[in-house]
Design a protein around this ligand. Structure first.
Ligand code: GLC
Length: 641
């Protein structure tokens, strides 16, 4: 005890003092309410004091090593609890499988209480402190996070902060006309006011949920609902909303959550005559959330869901002095990757990677090929028009390609929110189906299947080559295909995103050790890549990363280097064999997949193939191995002749 304070309180005070001035400044700037600020501080301390000692210890270790999530040892997987294992206890029983997948960060898709049939896949929360009944209880969640932590596994969850369900108690009381609760949402009596908003606010779900407002007959007013009509937007102009949402977040952090995915964060501040996206106040709020987390639970990370163009995404990292999110999705790279698959033209992807690679290395991205949402074709059309690809026709081409209708495609999937007026449909399907695995299996096309698997593996190898945290979409590790059963469920039938939200096929998982099966081929090759990623220092986020010209429009070359460790990744986005006309003169390289030593010059790459070439640091041994390989090559050629 010092000054009558125990050592925990001292830790709290120290962290709090570090941020107090800035936090107070921002809070007062936004809310001008000292009483509410004091309440926030008192509650933060309570959450800190009641935090489990193990979690506090986790915080301490991470505080000492703040770059812990910027290495090359994290691999994520996102999964739906019910599809994957029924409930939280079921997930516990599958931790062994996740280990096998080398996954040490699981993103549990929304699991808080949410009304059936009006839940948007759980993104309409009616109680932030209760687990959806079928999934288990808060206690189960704590038990699961503890078990995960014991394995050094992190747990991520969605924090749906832009809106609540219309069944949330605030919404119910607002609906009953209680002013205090109405002020936590946006109500409008007047149609004209609604019309004024609609002039500048774009639509998220133009076909499945048109408009941004919902008329409530019983209340005789409109309520702002940017997403579905049952998702009521919260009013962050009200400090009560901000404080309470922070308390919910800290409550969940104390259940052992390591990463919060800030769902739809760009939308949380609304101002008339703006797009109501990415307004400066959003950044103030995220910055305050970051400080709250750093004070109470510094082992916890914020992952922003900003599905926007790069110049909108990057500001959510904040600045190095005043950081906001720890992590952001590399969304444009993801969409550009699929564009590259459909065009076999890497130019835009190369440009996109160059942009990302020029950002400060402290900015950590979550990389992925597929997630639970649709793919929106938010590409750099200005650049594409230089390649004679214009926005409208190109979006159409991509949607046709991935439905298997154009461009010699074997992909399968469905459109999402196909708005005939905007011609702006997005796309849904699993990685495997988009790579052609489903088509080839149906047609019993062995050659086609081989190619599709190659493409799928190559895409993962390329995704792993990026700095940040790679995240697999559950089922992709065994090549799960589209699931059309959602069409028979009236609650899901309208939402084609369910095509890639199928149940985990545990029968198929049994085949992962069978080298002749699709599951076996994918699982083993992905495992190999994951091991390489963990073992090679060049995959650390602090490495320098750049692209090289290959003089072949279908072959992407990415180089990673840290100290003497240098790695070249070559990825052929065409089904044809190609040559990467690179000419690296700094020594010999080892192909990390085959183990062969070779030069990094004029590299022939089979269709949809890839190479991971590591520079040999021991020149002499490398030369001997290379000479040996060359001799073997020559005698093989002679034999053939
Ligand atoms: C996010 C989620 C999406 C959901 C929306 C509304 O964008 O990823 O699935 O529909 O938020 O909460």
């Amino acid at each position: 005890m010092k000054n009558g304070k125990n050592k925990f309180e001292q830790v709290f005070d120290e962290r709090f003092n570090r941020h107090r001035d800035e936090l107070r400044w921002l809070y007062m700037e936004l809310y001008e309410n000292g009483g509410m600020f004091d309440e926030l501080c008192t509650n933060m301390k309570e959450f800190f004091m009641s935090r489990d000692p193990d979690l506090r210890q986790r915080d301490r270790v991470r505080e000492e090593n703040p770059d812990w999530y910027k290495r090359n040892d994290l691999l994520g997987m996102m999964l739906y609890i019910d599809n994957f294992a029924g409930n939280l206890k079921g997930v516990m029983n599958k931790l062994g499988y996740l280990d096998k997948c080398q996954v040490n960060c699981i993103h549990l898709m929304p699991f808080l209480e949410s009304p059936k049939g009006r839940s948007d896949g759980g993104y309409a929360v009616s109680d932030y402190r209760r687990v959806q009944e079928e999934y288990g209880t808060m206690e189960d969640l704590s038990v699961l996070t503890q078990a995960c932590h014991a394995k050094d596994m992190n747990v991520c969850m969605d924090f749906v902060m832009n809106h609540t369900s219309e069944d949330h108690k605030w919404a119910k009381r607002a609906r009953a006309g209680e002013r205090e609760y109405m002020d936590r949402f946006f109500f409008f009596k007047d149609e004209q006011a609604v019309g004024e908003y609609e002039k500048t606010v774009p639509q998220v779900f133009p076909t499945t949920a048109p408009g941004n407002f919902t008329w409530l007959e019983d209340v005789g007013q409109y309520v702002l609902t940017t997403f579905y009509p049952y998702q009521w937007d919260l009013n962050y102009r009200n400090p009560r909303v901000f404080n309470e949402m922070i308390y919910h977040l800290l409550f969940l952090a104390n259940r052992g959550i390591d990463i919060f995915r800030l769902d739809a964060v760009p939308y949380i501040w609304k101002t008339l005559y703006t797009s109501c996206r990415n307004l400066p106040q959003v950044h103030t709020i995220v910055r305050m959330m970051r400080m709250a987390v750093e004070i109470v639970c510094p082992g916890v990370l914020l992952l922003g869901e900003v599905v926007m163009e790069p110049d909108k995404v990057v500001p959510y990292f904040g600045t190095l002095e005043k950081p906001e999110c720890h992590l952001l999705y590399n969304v444009t790279t993801m969409a550009t990757t699929w564009h590259t698959v459909a065009t076999r033209d890497i130019r835009l992807l190369k440009k996109q990677l160059d942009t990302v690679n020029h950002l400060p290395k402290e900015y950590t991205f979550v990389n992925y090929l597929r997630c639970h949402d649709d793919i929106g074709w938010g590409l750099d059309y200005q650049t594409l028009s230089q390649y004679h690809m214009e926005e409208g026709p190109h979006k159409k081409y991509l949607n046709d390609y991935f439905r298997g209708l154009a461009g010699m495609s074997h992909s399968r999937g469905e459109l999402y929110n196909d708005d005939p007026a905007l011609q702006d449909a997005r796309f849904c399907g699993t990685t495997a189906s988009m790579c052609g695995i489903e088509t080839a299996l149906d047609a019993r096309d062995t050659e086609g299947l081989k190619k599709a698997i190659c493409l799928d593996v190559m895409l993962h190898a390329y995704m792993f080559m990026q700095s940040g945290i790679p995240v697999l979409y559950s089922g992709d590790e065994i090549g799960q295909c589209n699931d059309l059963s959602y069409k028979k469920d009236p609650e899901k039938a309208q939402d084609s995103r369910y095509i890639h939200r199928g149940k985990m096929d545990w029968e198929a998982v049994k085949r992962i050790h069978n080298p002749d099966s699709v599951e076996g081929k994918l699982f083993s090759q992905l495992s190999r890549l994951e091991t390489i990623r963990r073992q090679e220092p060049a995959f650390d986020c602090s490495a320098d990363v750049w692209t090289l010209e290959t003089w072949d429009q279908s072959v992407l070359c990415v180089v990673r280097q840290t100290g003497e460790e240098k790695l070249i990744g070559l990825f052929n986005f065409s089904e044809q064999d190609r040559t990467a006309w690179i000419n690296e003169t700094d020594g010999l390289y080892q192909d990390l997949i085959s183990g062969k030593v070779r030069e990094a010059k004029g590299v022939d790459i089979p269709g949809y193939g890839f190479f991971l070439l590591k520079r040999e640091t021991d020149g002499e041994t490398a030369r001997a191995k290379f000479a040996h390989a060359e001799r073997e090559n020559r005698s093989r050629k002679e034999e053939v002749a």
